[in-house]
Design a protein around this ligand. Structure first.
Ligand code: PLP
Length: 282
């Protein structure tokens, strides 16, 4: 089987494509040592990155919150171009853009792009839906907005807790997670935004809860409004999800994954996933 993965790093003022298994950072890189950096996962569809601008805008916001110097959009454009070169248009891809503080001292930040095919399991979850468990993140819903050191709203490289939540869900026999605040308010998935349909409106939790501003929910809500489907930022609970007409976990690469079981209770989608998919274009 041919290796479809590709990698490029910004080095001496240029995007350099490197073999996918070649080391690109030193052991001193603060991204490796402390998870000190930010990243984006960008969908590659038909050989292009149609939603790249929204991801670059969020990466820039994460860099501000982390106080890491901005490499600038020209760096990301060059890296994206380098990893996309030769990519087969028929293969759906996941591109990761990584920005770390670099090795420290006066060294510049590290900027890397990686591209690989979307895993078959991700596509299965998009097509067939997911079972989800709710897990408490242990912070009050309003705390992160006044605690900049918690980096609410930044997509940092420190995803160890998010990945541990997945492993816990898998041990419970579920595919994914809805994280809740200390008071039981809905937050987000470890790598997704929660959305639900109820009372003729599409809902998602408000940004003040310190969740990541999802690019997919933003696109969906803009198109839904234009299509006459009202949207709202709503402080909801797991009970609201149980009572909803439909629930989805949204993210750029997986798209809209319909939730067919929540905390062991099976649920339907009232046929609304087709409308969400039509609005998202897939
Ligand atoms: N929330 C978290 C914590 C995420 O990691 C992600 C995905 O990257 C999202 C939400 C959804 O964001 P997007 O729709 O931009 O992929």
């Amino acid at each position: 089987m041919t290796d479809q993965r590709s990698v490029a790093i910004w080095r001496d003022g240029a995007a350099v494509a490197v073999p996918p298994d070649e080391p690109v950072v030193t052991a001193w890189d603060q991204g490796l040592v402390r998870g000190d950096g930010a990243f984006e996962s960008v969908a590659v569809l038909d050989g292009t990155t149609p939603h790249l601008p929204a991801h670059l805008a969020r990466l820039a916001r994460s860099a501000v919150l982390l106080e890491i110097p901005q490499p600038g959009d020209h760096v990301w454009s060059a890296l994206v171009g380098a990893v996309l070169r030769g990519w087969p248009a028929g293969t759906e891809g996941v591109m990761r853009l990584l920005l770390t503080r670099g090795p420290g001292e006066d060294a510049p930040p590290t900027a890397v792009a990686l591209l690989a095919p979307v895993p078959a399991e991700t596509i299965r979850q998009r097509d067939e839906g997911i079972s989800v468990v709710s897990l408490c993140l242990g912070v009050p819903a309003d705390f992160r907005a006044q605690a900049p050191w918690l980096l609410g709203g930044a997509k940092t490289l420190s995803y160890a807790v998010n990945m541990a939540a997945y492993r816990h869900a898998h041990r419970l026999g579920a595919d994914d997670v809805v994280l809740t605040s200390l008071e039981g308010l809905l937050l987000e998935g470890p790598t997704s935004t929660v959305a639900w349909a109820a009372g003729g409106t599409l809902h998602t939790p408000p940004a003040e809860t310190g969740i990541l501003a999802g690019t997919t929910v933003a696109r969906l809500f803009e198109r839904a409004e234009a299509d006459g489907w009202p949207t709202a930022r709503t402080r909801g609970t797991v009970d609201d999800l149980q009572a909803a007409d439909a629930v989805w976990l949204l993210s750029g690469v997986r798209g809209a994954a319909p939730v067919h079981a929540l905390d062991g209770v099976r649920r339907g989608d009232a046929g609304l996933t087709a409308r969400v998919r039509a609005l998202l274009g897939r």
